[in-house]
Design a protein around this ligand. Structure first.
Ligand code: PLP
Length: 431
């Protein structure tokens, strides 16, 4: 059983001899003549990581926000697990699967810094958050839920749906630009003060629209002082940033493992703080024996056995990079394109350089180009002219934008290519 917290494990890992701890990785270390951990700018180290990813060379992919492709060792393990599940069928599912599943759950909980009783697996962040929000039983007629423009569309809809169900109000706020640590906190403080009937607040730890990191812990404290419960959408943050679930100070959290943990598509997790289990009704399909367990708060039906079985393989690959190290690498790659672009008039960078406020994702907007069509055209230009793949995002009150999302396999050269492409597009569109 996996008993250590991830932080403890990491400390132990770093203290142990490299060659034994970093199988398959030592070559990069000795080639670079460096001791672990490698810095975020150590291209030889990161090239050795990138060598584990089979990535199309048709384009420079800096749109890794949709989901995270599996590294080859994870894909290989996933194939092996799939073959076993398929070969052994119910003989496997009814006899061997449960202990494996429980082991994976325990390891996942440990890496999130919680007990296995505090999390349940889902198929993604959406399923986790839908079940949390729909099952939330503290909202009454006349209360309010609060969402912001940078939240994720379908989760905003889930919050609106919940409010409608009970005759509550949905308060929708906008995060001002430029967003700073203080501005974001004060925006939520003022909104909560202005809407004292708020009972449930949605916070998106990393916005999929702009990449902004919301200071969840600070805002959750303010919310809790006002008796407001906090549900956090951590779809983009776990793995992209280095933290454990309790660090967020939230009541409820939805995660996935198919973005920044590199597990197969179809793995997520729901966290409910143990003393808040009673605030979430059991799922409509839960049996009576599940009423007092988090596992009764989601009911997926038959799911992808092999995907869950591959989670430890995904963790093991993440360990090769080091968790704080991969967070630092993503920020570094972000800075490589942001710095030259920010220096140019007409390009607005939608996350501040304050390290608390961004991770790897950041969006930009050409001044005055705020429509969805404008930003689709910019993304198309980057792809057609430069082979740089990004994605437009809309829904931000101040206007649509283009998102740039590097991943673990991207090189410094990829980011220079992205920066050059954006600078050329700026000249093309703004003159
Ligand atoms: C902020 C945010 N929330 C939720 C989701 C949905 O996550 P999942 O695909 O794991 O259901 C996404 C996916 O892109 C997201 O970016």
């Amino acid at each position: 059983m996996f008993q250590m917290s991830r932080r403890n494990l990491l400390t132990a890992t770093l203290a142990a001899p490299l060659a034994t701890q970093l199988t398959g990785f030592a070559a990069a270390q000795s080639a670079g003549g460096k001791s672990y951990p490698a810095g975020p700018d150590d291209e030889r180290f990161w090239a050795a990581i990138a060598a584990n990813y089979d990535v199309t060379d048709d384009i420079t992919n800096v749109e890794n926000g949709n989901w995270g492709l599996m590294a080859r060792p994870v894909l290989d393990a996933y194939k092996t697990h799939t073959e076993r599940v398929n070969r052994e069928n119910s003989y496997f599912a009814r006899r061997a699967y449960w202990p494996i599943y429980m082991g994976v759950l325990e390891e996942t909980a440990s890496r999130l810094g919680v007990t296995p009783e505090e999390i349940a697996f889902t198929r993604g962040a959406t399923e986790a958050l839908q079940n949390i929000i729909s099952g939330y039983n503290k909202l009454k007629q006349g209360d309010a839920v609060m969402i912001a423009d940078l939240d994720y569309g379908s989760i905003m809809s889930t919050m609106r749906w919940k409010a409608r169900q009970v005759g509550a109000e949905t308060v929708e706020i906008s995060i001002p630009e430029p967003a700073t640590h203080d501005v974001v906190i004060e925006t939520y403080r003022a909104a909560l003060k202005q809407h004292p009937n708020t009972r449930l607040l949605l916070l998106t730890h990393i916005s999929h629209r702009t990449g902004l990191v919301v200071p969840v812990r600070e805002i959750a404290e303010i919310a809790h002082e006002r008796g407001v419960d906090v549900v956090v959408d951590a779809a983009h943050s776990w793995g992209q940033m280095d933290f454990e679930a309790p660090d967020l100070g939230a009541d409820f959290i939805g995660f996935n493992l198919h973005k920044w943990i590199g597990a197969p598509i179809g793995v997520g997790a729901m966290y409910i703080r143990p003393d808040r289990l009673g605030a979430i009704d059991p799922n409509m399909s839960a049996g009576p024996d599940e009423a007092s367990s988090i596992h009764g708060r989601v009911h997926t039906g038959t799911s992808n056995f092999a995907a869950y079985m591959s989670v430890p393989d995904a963790f093991a690959f993440q360990d090769r990079m080091g968790w704080p190290q991969k967070a630092a690498r993503l920020s570094y790659l972000r800075n490589l394109w942001v710095a030259p672009c920010r220096a140019v008039d007409g390009i607005d960078i939608l996350t501040p350089d304050d390290e608390r406020m961004h991770a790897g994702i950041t969006s930009f907007r050409f001044r005055g180009m705020i429509s969805e069509e404008d930003n689709k055209a910019i993304a198309a230009y980057l792809l057609d002219r430069h082979g740089v793949f990004t994605v437009h995002r809309n829904g931000v009150t101040a206007g649509a934008c283009v998102r740039v999302t590097p991943s673990y396999y991207n090189s410094a050269e990829d980011m220079s290519r992205a920066a050059d492409a954006i600078l050329d597009a700026r000249t093309h569109f703004l003159g």
